[in-house]
Structures are given as C-alpha cells and as structure tokens.
Design a binder for this molecule. Structure first.
Ligand code: C2E
Ligand code: CA
Ligand code: CA
Length: 615
C-alpha cells in the first residue's frame, strides 16, 4: 500500500479514536479522557514527524535519480503503455540529434532506420511481453539521417495490478565497437601485405565451395601459383622491392579473374586462385593461360624493370581429389611439375606427380647435407680457340655425387639451391675449388689456360663476392686476369644497376667478365653498353639452329654482329657438329665450346685433353 494512503488512514483512525473517547468526557471520566487524548496526540505527532522525514528522504532520492537520468552515459527513453515517449534524457538528444520536445508524445518508430527487419522487431515485442525485458542490436537513424548501430535494452515496468506502466529503454551507439570488430574480422581473413584473402580464409571458402559443388555436381578448380625465382629477386634486390612485386602480382591476379573467384596469398610468393562453377577443364586452362600472360609482363618497381614469370599447377574437384587437403596438395604438386618442365607454364595434376613433389623435397633435404659430406665435384669443359685449336680456358661446372642417385647435373639442384639460399655456400665452395684447381693447372705447367666460373644472382647481391674472390686470389697466388666470371643475361637484366656496379669492380680487379646465355634474355643495347664485359656467350639454342632453319641463322648472325659491334669476344656454346663449328668460325666467332670438342671432364682428364690439344 502506498505511503499517502497509509497516512490518510491514520488521520481517519485518529478522528475515529477521538470520537470514541468523547463519551468518557461526557461521563465525566476526565483523567482517563486526558490520558487517552495525550496518547493520541503523541502518536499523531510521531506519525507526522515520520511522514515529514520520509518525504525529505524521498525528495533527496528523487533528486539523485533525476541526476542519474540526466547524466547517464547511455541514452534513456521512457514510454507509456501505448508506446508514446514520456521522457528522454540529454544523452538521448546528443545521440539521436532529437531535442526532448521533438519527441515527447511520439512513437519511438521515428528513430528507426528501416535496416532492422520487421521480424526482429516482432521478436523484440514478443520477448517484452513474455519476460518483460529485451536486449539486442538494432540499426537506427539520427535526425541528420546518419544510420548507426546501437545496443538497446528495454525493461517493462508494471503497476500494482500487473498492467504495463512504462517501458524504459536505454541504449548506446556501438559504431566504434562494430568498426573494431570488422577490422579484426578483416585482419583474420586477409593478407596484410597484398589485401588478398589469406590461407585461413581460403580454407573456409574452399570448404564451402566444395560443399556447394558436391550438392550441385559442379567443378571447382584450384590454381596454385608460384613465382619463378622470387627468392632470388627478393634477396638480390631487397625485401621492399620483393614486397612491391608481390603487391603488383596480386593486383594483376585480382584484375584477371572474375569478382566471384577467390584469390588468396598463402605466404611468400605462393598464391591460389579458386574458380567455382567451372564447367570444363578447358575453363581452368584458359584462366591459367591468361594468368601466365598477364603475370609474365614486365614489372616496374621503382628504378627496376624486371620479369617474374609464374609456374601454375591446376587441380580440379572432384577428379583430382575429394577434399580440400588433397586438392591443395595435388595443385601444389602440379605446380612443382610445371617448374620442373621449365617454368613459366602450367600443368594439370596427374597422379604420378606426387612422386615429383616428394623427390624435390628429398633433394632439398639431401642438399643441406651435401656440402658437409663433400659430395660436390667440379667438371671442366674446355673452351677452344677457333683459330689455333688450343684450349683457351675451361668452364667449371658443378656436379653432385649423390649417395643414392649417382652423379647429378646442376639442372637437378641449382634451382632448389637458389630458392633455399643454399646457393650461397655452394657458390663459395665452387669458387674456392675452381681457384685451387687453376693454381694446380699452372703448377703442372699449363700456362695459358684460364678458368671460368658461373656466378648466381644471389652471389651478386650478397656483397661477399669481391672480398671472397680477392682472398682466394691471394691465397692461391693467381693473376686475376686468368679468371672469367660468367653471369647470365637474365640475372644481369633483372638487376642492371647492381650488375653494372659489381662488373665495374670485378674489371677493376682485373677479372674478366662474360655474359652467359646471351640472346635468351631481354637485353637492351643501352644496358649492354653500360656493362663492363669482355665476352658474350652465345646461347646454345642459336648454335643448334645452325643448318636447321634460316630464321635461326639470321638471329645467330645478328647476335654475332652485335658482339662484334660492341667489341666483345664471342664464345659459342653447345657446338656439337663440324658444320656448326665451320659456320661459327667463318662468321668470326673467336671461341667455341661444346660436345664436338669435349664434354665437361674431371680435372685429371681435362689436363690430359689440354696437353693433347696443345701438341
Ligand atoms: P651454362 O653455364 O650455360 O653451362 C653450359 C651447359 O651446357 C653445361 O651444362 C654443359 O654441360 C652444357 N653443354 C656444353 N656443351 C654442350 C653441347 O655441345 N651440347 C649440349 N647439349 N650441352 C652442352 P651443365 O653442366 O648441366 O650446367 C647447366 C647449367 O647449370 C649451367 O649452364 C649453369 O647455368 C649452371 N651451373 C653449372 N655449374 C654451376 C655453378 O658452379 N654455379 C652456378 N651458379 N651455376 C652452375
Ligand atoms: Ca656458363
Ligand atoms: Ca650458357
């Protein structure tokens, strides 16, 4: 019962008691009447005092509650049973943009943005009716039209008889929380460098795509993409350049495939494109072709212009695997196969490929042991002076005496060594061994034979090349002019400025420099002029063309002409027949190398060969 009613009741009681006491007065029982009147007076005074005290306390409490209402960090809105707004606090006005007078008597519907569905509102009212409270997120519109998410809690206040008296709603703007949440979500699903989806997100989307494809008997194609020699570019030109390359690659990938196809970066230079709703293997092949073309175009990275071709492996669901793990593994195996087939190509998965991937892994593992186990050897291929027929120099070519698989040619492991960074210690070993052997040749009286070694891109950048060469020259008491460093054209062109600098220093030391595999890269004449070169090594492919087709000969002639115009000595590689030799000699090629004269030989045999040619 309410306080006011109690008080009124007491006043009535007091009158009633007074009325009851009046007969005592008339009967003349004055002392008793006086005592009772006194008691009634005391009790009434006490009741009045209490009433006053309580009303003071209540005033204070109402004041406090008002302050809470006014200063609450959350917006508060009170509505009547007909859901008309009775009151709102200042935070409400701040948040919604509506002044108190704008909204009094209105339905809170005026706040809604239209973005929260009817069903959600219905669920809210159902909860309010059954439990008297509801909490959730809804989208509202501010007075200025801006839509924002808010966290809203509503409770229903009932009167004595259980009828709804008020609805009290309090809410706050959760745009900032939403934005943080969206950012975290983004970070969890994307690769930070390129903005592509990451592996986690690929797993998710692939599982989903496979589930749909199973239901609708569609195909899903996975294209596993790896950039050829990315590691070399990254290590020779530096990580910022590598990063920029990855960004450009990802932009090209994204541009080339449809919006609905997924492009993900797995890390490093590995990307996956997922094509859904693929009808035929042909579609995947067309996309792979397009990617090869687009990714194979020149990249301009700051002052560098370079080429980074991709190798692509394709696996298609359901033919190449029933689930995500198998498909990914098989697409990767197909990619390694594409690499082994000479890079810049694509391959469909074939069940025999898994053995290739395993073999590559085995090579990488064994290669790590090979240096310590002294399993490398150098063979030396003679380079012949076309005029005199004597051996002018030998080219040191590495071989790997593999414990189980026999003598392996460099094509089987140099690529892996470059990608894993093992080329650095291997290259250092080659240099030391070749220099030692050259000193040995000289000791054995072979006075006119020079030594050529192959330098990899990684060694050019490492900065240790010159110091190492200098130290070895001193240790073996060599004359630098007896040495020839061969650098392939594609390496030189991929990092022209670095190459210009290193070649200048090598030349300054007195070491000769040859541009290897000439004619296969993208040399511009401008760069050729800038490189401090002594020799051009005409690539084997041109020599093979001699006598085979007219076009090949025209290119071969033009290349020889270019060498002459630049005043460089020309070495023809891969000479296998007498007619090739005659042709080259006639065109003024000073040096020749190839099976026609000799295959690469172990040190002892090459010594015998040199002696025999000299005689
Ligand atoms: P390259 O520098 O172009 O070496 C010439 C390759 O052609 C050698 O293959 C040689 O055996 C082969 N060859 C020579 N004459 C003929 C011929 O008449 N016909 C045919 N068909 N082939 C001929 P190899 O020894 O297998 O070396 C392959 C490549 O491996 C080399 O190509 C070079 O780029 C790389 N390499 C070899 N040794 C080293 C090394 O110590 N360090 C580095 N970084 N790379 C090396
Ligand atoms: Ca070479
Ligand atoms: Ca070559």
């Amino acid at each position: 019962m309410k306080r006011k009613t109690l008080f009124t009741l007491w006043v009535w009681c007091a009158f009633f008691l007074l009325a009851c006491m009046l007969p005592l007065y008339w009967l003349g029982w004055l002392p008793l009447f006086a005592v009772l009147l006194l008691c009634l007076g005391i009790v009434s005074l006490t009741v009045f005092a209490l009433q006053w005290q309580v009303s003071e306390w209540l005033k204070e409490r109402v004041g406090l509650l008002h302050q809470v209402f006014e200063h609450s960090g959350e917006a508060v809105m009170i509505t009547d049973p007909g859901n008309r707004i009775l009151d709102v606090n200042p935070t409400f006005s701040e948040l919604t943009g509506y002044a108190r007078n704008d909204v009094l008597g209105k339905n809170p519907r005026l706040l809604s943005s239209g973005r929260t569905s009817r069903a959600e509102y219905e669920a809210m009212w159902a909860a309010l009716q059954s439990t008297g409270r509801w909490q959730g997120e809804i989208w509202d519109r501010r007075k200025d039209g801006a839509v924002y998410p808010k966290l809203l809690a509503i409770s229903v206040v009932y009167d004595e008889v259980g009828a709804v008296q008020y609805h009290i709603a309090n809410f706050k703007d959760i745009s900032a929380e939403k934005a943080t949440q969206a950012k975290l979500e983004y970070i969890a699903h994307h690769d930070m460098l390129t903005g592509l989806n990451n592996r986690f997100s690929l797993d998710d989307r692939l599982d989903h795509a496979l589930a749909v494809a199973r239901r609708e008997t569609h195909h899903v194609a996975l294209l596993f993409i790896d950039l050829d020699r990315f590691k070399v570019i990254n290590e020779t030109l530096g990580h910022p350049v590598g990063d920029e390359l990855l960004i450009q690659v990802s932009q090209r990938l994204r541009r080339t495939v449809r919006e609905s196809d997924l492009v993900a970066r797995l890390g490093g230079d590995e990307f996956v494109v997922m094509l859904t709703g693929v009808g035929y293997a042909n579609t995947a092949a067309q996309v792979a072709e397009k990617l090869l073309k687009v990714l194979g175009e020149a990249y301009v990275l700051g002052e560098h212009t370079l080429y980074a071709t991709p190798s692509i492996g394709v696996a298609i669901f359901p033919n190449d695997g029933p689930d995500r793990e198998t498909l990914m593994k098989n697409a990767e195996a197909a990619m390694y196969h594409a690499k082994a087939e000479g890079r810049n190509g694509f391959q469909f998965f074939d069940s025999r490929m898994n053995s290739v991937a395993v073999e590559r892994l085995e090579i990488e593992h064994a290669l790590r042991q090979a240096l310590g186990a002294d399993e490398f050897v150098l063979h030396y291929q003679p380079v012949i002076d076309a005029e005199s027929g004597a051996v002018a120099s030998v080219e040191a070519l590495i071989r790997w005496q593999h414990p189980a698989r026999g003598l392996l040619p460099p094509g089987m492991f140099i690529g892996v060594a470059e990608e894993t960074g093992l080329i650095e210690p291997i290259g250092a070993w080659v240099m030391a061994e070749a220099f030692r052997q050259l000193a040995e040749f000289r000791r054995q009286g072979l006075q006119n034979v020079n030594m050529a070694i192959n330098i990899s891109a990684v060694q050019i950048r490492s900065g240790e090349l010159l110091a190492r060469a200098e130290a070895l020259i001193e240790r073996f008491e060599l004359d630098p002019s007896w040495l020839i460093f061969e650098i392939t054209e594609s390496v030189a062109m991929a990092q022209p400025d670095e190459t210009v600098r290193i070649l200048d220093q090598l030349r300054a030391m007195g070491i000769q420099v040859a541009l290897d595999d000439f004619g296969t890269g993208y040399s511009s004449l401008a760069y050729l002029r800038m490189f401090a070169l002594d020799k051009l090594k005409l690539d084997r492919s041109f020599v093979t063309d001699i006598g085979q087709n007219a076009d090949g000969e025209v290119i071969c002639d033009a290349t020889i002409g270019l060498g002459h115009a630049l005043n460089l000595e020309l070495v023809a590689e891969g000479v296998e027949t007498e007619s090739q030799f005659d042709y080259l000699k006639l065109r003024g090629c000073q040096l020749v190398q190839g099976y026609y004269f000799s295959r690469p030989l172990p040190a002892e045999e090459v010594i015998a060969f040199i002696r025999q040619r000299a005689a």
